[in-house]
Design a binder for this molecule. Sequence first.
Ligand SMILES: Cc1cc2nc3c(=O)[nH]c(=O)nc-3n(C[C@H](O)[C@H](O)[C@H](O)COP(=O)(O)OP(=O)(O)OC[C@H]3O[C@@H](n4cnc5c(N)ncnc54)[C@H](O)[C@@H]3O)c2cc1C
Ligand code: FES
Length: 279
Amino acid sequence: MTKNPYQPMLATVIAIKEEVGGNRAIKTFKLEFQDEKVKENFNFLPGQTIMISLFGIGESMFAISSSPTEKRYIEVSVMKLGKVTNALHEMSVGDTVGARGPYGNHFDIEGWKKKNLLFIGGGIGQAPLRSLLNYCLDNRNEYDNLEVIYGARTSEDICFKEKFDEMQKQQDVDVHLSIDVQEEGWNHFVGFVPANLQRLNPSPENTIAITCGPPIMIKFVIQNLLELGFKENQIYTTLEMRMKCGIGICGRCNIGNVYVCKDGPVFSYDQLKDLEGDM
Ligand SMILES: Cc1cc2nc3c(=O)[nH]c(=O)nc-3n(C[C@H](O)[C@H](O)[C@H](O)COP(=O)(O)OP(=O)(O)OC[C@H]3O[C@@H](n4cnc5c(N)ncnc54)[C@H](O)[C@@H]3O)c2cc1C
Ligand code: FES
């Protein structure tokens, strides 16, 4: 009998970290597969996603936010939005979830060796970038300059703040944070992410720019990157269309003739610009 592709594997929540509080809270869930063979053999690459199910409630797709260099567990960083994500935020260490995947394509970690990588994220859009960034930090000699431009609405909304602080101290990554409106004590940039990008004026020379965040941010980031001289095949983004099956069957996530779940979610602007009319 062939295996049911919708059948999830069981995973235990082994740690929960609150990244951001408030209305649009974000938590990172560390998940360990219960089956010893799955735990040993589960492989993924940065950029890939996983469908998490909460029994009796529903399932949702998330980027795997941990690096594949961290073995025996995966992490997902989840913003509380609706039915599934609210229920996930109510979970405790020791609870069980379903997980099926990994799905989709991934960032080109091999092809980007010896290049400068410019990460441009906004809000929860940093989740898939975190997997790639942590992977690069664990293989630091393989990549040239690593630079992060990250923005959130307020300082309270900055996701993975401790990691950014640590990277700034260790100085092996240039980190440029921003918030939308001035706050007392904030001594980084104030304004939107595309404006911070324009101000920093990074060189396109031997550089790949990877961006993820709200669609409006992505639109203006890409526009500014092109103005800075980045070529279409030097710009990558990862898309978050609504998904159901995650495996190219239901037809829910198509843009033109492309299924985001299996042909993406990672696309170069080169590929994406031809699909813009269908988005
Ligand atoms: C490839 C991919 C990667 C993703 N990675 C992450 C991640 O790392 N972290 C994270 O927090 N979320 C991520 N998402 C979005 C996540 O899947 C949705 O937030 C989640 O499904 C919402 O489920 P819900 O039942 O809580 O909300 P619902 O009750 O279904 O909806 C609540 C609100 O969220 C909106 N919404 C629902 N699904 C999506 C979606 N896919 N994209 C945009 N808006 C949506 C609805 O329109 C509605 O306004 C990703 C989605 C995809 C497809
Ligand atoms: S989510 Fe079903 S085809 Fe992509």
